[in-house]
Design a protein. Sequence first.
Length: 665
Amino acid sequence: MDESMNPATPLPGNTVVDEPIAVVGMACRLPGAADPGAYWRLLSEGRDAVTEVPEDRWPAGTAAGHRRAGVVEDVDAFDAEFFDIPPYEAAAMDPQQRLVLELAWQALENARVVPARLHGSAAGVFIGASTDDYAALHDRLGARAAGSYALTGTQRGIIANRVSYLLGLRGPSMTVDTGQSSSLVAVQAACESLRRGETTVALAGGVNLNLLPEATDTIGRFGALSPDGRCYTFDSRANGYVRGEGGALVVLKPLSAALADGDPVLSVILGGAVNNDGGGEGLTVPSARAQTEVVRRACARAGVSAEDVQYVELHGTGTPVGDPIEAAALGAALGTGRTDDARLLVGSAKTNVGHLEGAAGITGLLKVVLSIRHRRIAPSLNFAAPHPGIPLDDLGLRMAVQEQEWPADGRRLVAGVSSFGMGGTNCHLVLAEPPANAEEKKEKEEESPGTGHAGADASWVLTARSAAALRGQAAALADRLDERPESDTAASAAAVAASLLRTRAEFEHRAVLLAADPAARAAGLRALAAGQPDASVVTGAALAGPTAFLFPGQGSEWPAMARELLDSSPVFAARIAECAEALAPFTDHDLLDVLRGAPSAPGLDRLDVVQPALWAVMVALAEVWRSYGVEPDLVIGHSQGEIAAATVVGALSLSDAARVVALRA
């Protein structure tokens, strides 16, 4: 490519604005943060998760001078039984494979997607990864000791493929390696696959675990690591980066599909671009021209102008060579013409958790998603004075050194995320807050979650593969309530109940929490977590076998038999109203008066009154059970109950069933 080419000139085919992609779920395990909520607290509070690597990970005397890193605890822990993986196979699996499996499950749960419902679908998996430390450990053991599962356990491509295999996903499945930009390139690949229609929903992100000190020694000899064990992004002290580890995944869908399906839209990826330096001063020397070009292309495909972007999450490794080049490129692409009060805010999560290398891009993207959700910008750490080669004011940039409200001035929140590979593969994505209709839908769901049950009395259903896992789930929920006690309202309790019922896989060990107030909920969860009995908790194991709905005949009625349910269950009341409307042309009385026991209502001793009433109650009760997530494998009807059974399975429409029951009476 001609180096003199104007970077602002778009290449053929790059002027088309991309269809937005919705981020509908997320999960992470990062230094100092086991989930997105903990990650946001770490970021917003300006905490540094970089620490000394423990000696049980890197023996004493190794990685001399570079023993500070962002470390994830218990990387060897894995619930193999949960995924039906034999222990001997799990032992041969790269912990990166294990971590991605867990994150995939958690991200789908966060997106309110039951993983089993994706089986056989065109769902895709796109994972960025660039290290193979576990393969090197296997090599040290030798072929005989490593065992027959070493091949699949250490192949990098299997990181993505195993997720597709275990969940039965038939869309694209790939592990992407472009060096340090791997995970953001994986997200961009997922977005393009969704836009082409070859993927219906995508899991995308990255993973990076630093298992061997020798790898750190190699990077240190290259001169890329900070001798201080600090990442000084854009700072005059910039002297290299500090390594980090962990992983993060997002669940992606086309925005139109997410809105149609009622998914929780956390943020929107408006567009993105990938390119390569394509020559220059050296293989590992960044190119300002290429970085400027990739940012401009991403903005063009996102349909945004430079002044629309309010914040950029930097690649920002804190190296004295890379930082000035990135700053110059960003200033050329987005900083020109900005006034003092409209500088482009920039920052880097690497100052909090270290450089996650193959998972660095997704770590930055998750920070932006969380910032958009909270409408606040977290501080970038370790900044005192700009690097001499970074004239921030001249470039139209400003470091976000304090936690602050997002400076949108009434405009839509728009941000960029950059990630650059050592070999010159650059990626930039443009994100924005969800459209107003998605936000309105979210607010309505929070006000009326759709469970059909009173929020204060909503039952929380927990399921797990083992009793220990069930206790752990209760402990996690209790911790969540402790962290945000102000959020435990009647509406939020009902929303949690709906999510637990409808968007979680069903396992053998189960518990139901029946509590009318926050204190009772907290006490019940703590008791369940400790394995202690509590009046608000019912536990048990699910019985194997099909579920049947049995609809009886006449003789099970009594006056005002539906009055309490009509008042307490919106689902029941709505279905009864539909039945009443269907019956109206064929009866001479008001069904609701009968069910409420109104003085003016005819008695249940009349066949033309009792049979339509029983039919309506049975049909409405079936709808209530379904709202709790209980679906019948078969239905059985006796006498006039056969009409209700046929209605529930759809063999009779509501209007046809109403006609039949009225004529039968």
